[in-house]
Design a protein around this ligand. Sequence first.
Ligand code: GLN
Length: 191
Amino acid sequence: MAKPKIGVLALQGDFEAHRDALKRAGAEGVEVRSASDLELIDGLIIPGGESTTMLKLIEEEELLPALKDFGARKPVFGTCAGAILLASEVVNPQQRSLGLMDMSIERNAYGRQIDSRIAPIEIDGEPAEAVFIRAPVISRVGPGGKILASYQGNPVLVEEGRHLAATFHPELSGSERIHKHFVRKVAGERN
Ligand code: GLN
């Protein structure tokens, strides 16, 4: 079977690092900038960056309905700003989102002084490294959500059905483990 084709929303943020990580994880990574690009892919990554800016660009490109529609059918993985866009409720400040995952998320929740760090976490009992950059905190996970990893008592990697959200940057950690997990999810949905 052909490699899963996974798009990376390339309006703003660190989409290139995701494209490279997808390649290392055995998928074909393609940049997505328009609604017609979404028709060619099996899954989508919304990268980190600045969620307010990304949302503004999404609205300027009139991509919001197309992204919601895509997420109703296919897997979406949001990292950091991308996780903020996936959440059903965004605070600090409140802002619009795709609402594809039933969870609440608070932007820039670790404060100014300690806003970026590399921290040890555990996924499935195995040690992993999480790169946090002005990270949000997932303050509520809906009943359908599964917490795959936590840090300081807060969920940092959450799965809900076909979707996945990380408050950190797995594309910067040098391990493809989480990308591989998403590639498997996408391949599973495609069958
Ligand atoms: N602080 C950013 C926001 O609120 C997210 C940071 C990131 O994606 N690294 O959108």
